[in-house]
Ligand binder design. Structure first.
Ligand code: NAD
Length: 258
């Protein structure tokens, strides 16, 4: 099933209508990689704005609606990517939700919904796309310092999912190495996107501004700064890197606090 090894490469990104996913689609376009822009219909962001930015870079994109909670839709995302472009080379499981829920309010439904997007959604994306990948293929999951490094009060379900993502990546790195496919994770710190700008479930604009003062780099990150690292992890420059996590946080986690 793997596609041809010549011609233009193809990347599949989930959650590419906004934030880090959109910035990554633009980066791929700049690198002349065709992009499949996974878009969740329940999201207010317009995936065609991502497509417009991809085309403004001279790239080619395809918008595909996908809810990563639905295995059939994720299979269809991979099938359409392959049908349209004839190959898949890079897969980025970026889709995610963030909800605030103190333990007493963390119902089974809230837990299940979170894990279905942020954890099982990663597995579904890799499972559906990997049959199309050939030698040199690369997959990246987007974890978080919440769960990937730290705990975060009122976010046990999010942190559990983001910690679990690392286990998926390490295991698949071993399992898929014989096929020449690499699997890595990025661990973003605080990045200014629609998710972190939500004052109810995350820090909100003022919280982000304040948090910047405590980051050695002096500010929160930009989506492009994570996208560039994902580009690296899916490029030939990282060809001997697999099963690893790269923290992209402006020095946040290494700062000693007295
Ligand atoms: P974002 O909200 O702009 O992007 C998340 C994307 O996921 C959206 O486009 C949304 O439509 C999509 N999505 C949500 N539910 C979905 C579903 N059921 N099926 C398919 N897609 C769905 O925010 P972002 O910050 O760019 O988030 C991208 C990733 O980065 C997420 O996994 C997030 O948890 C992670 N992350 C973000 C930060 C940060 O500070 N912004 C930090 C650490 C990790």
């Amino acid at each position: 099933m793997p596609g041809s090894t010549s011609g233009q490469q193809v990347a599949v990104i989930t959650g590419a209508a906004s934030g880090i996913g959109r910035a990554l689609a633009v980066r791929y376009a700049r690198e002349r990689v065709n992009v499949v822009i996974g878009s969740y219909p329940g999201d207010p962001h317009d995936p065609h704005e991502t497509l417009r930015q991809v085309e403004a870079e001279g790239g080619t994109g395809l918008v595909v609606d996908v809810d990563v909670r639905d295995a059939g839709q994720v299979d269809e995302l991979a099938r359409r990517a392959h049908e349209t472009f004839g190959r898949i080379d890079k897969v980025v499981a970026n889709a995610g939700i963030l909800r605030r829920a103190p333990l007493a309010e963390l119902t089974d439904d809230a837990w299940d919904d979170m894990l279905s997007v942020d954890l099982t959604g990663v597995l579904r994306t890799f499972r559906s796309c990997s049959p199309y990948l050939g030698e040199g293929g690369a997959m990246v999951a987007v974890s978080s310092i919440a769960g990937g490094v730290y705990g975060w009060e009122d976010h046990a379900h999010y942190a559990a999912a983001k910690a679990g993502v690392l286990g998926i990546c390490r295991s698949l790195a071993v399992e898929l190495a014989p096929r020449g496919i690499r699997v890595n994770a990025v661990i973003p710190g605080l990045i200014e996107t629609p998710q972190s700008s939500d004052p109810v479930n995350s820090l909100g604009p003022e919280g982000l501004e304040r948090a910047g003062d405590d980051i050695p780099w002096g500010r929160v990150g930009r989506p492009e700064e994570v996208a560039d690292v994902i580009w690296f992890l899916t490029s030939n420059d990282s060809r001997y890197v697999t099963g690893q996590e790269l923290v992209v946080d402006g020095g946040l986690i290494v700062k000693m606090r007295a």
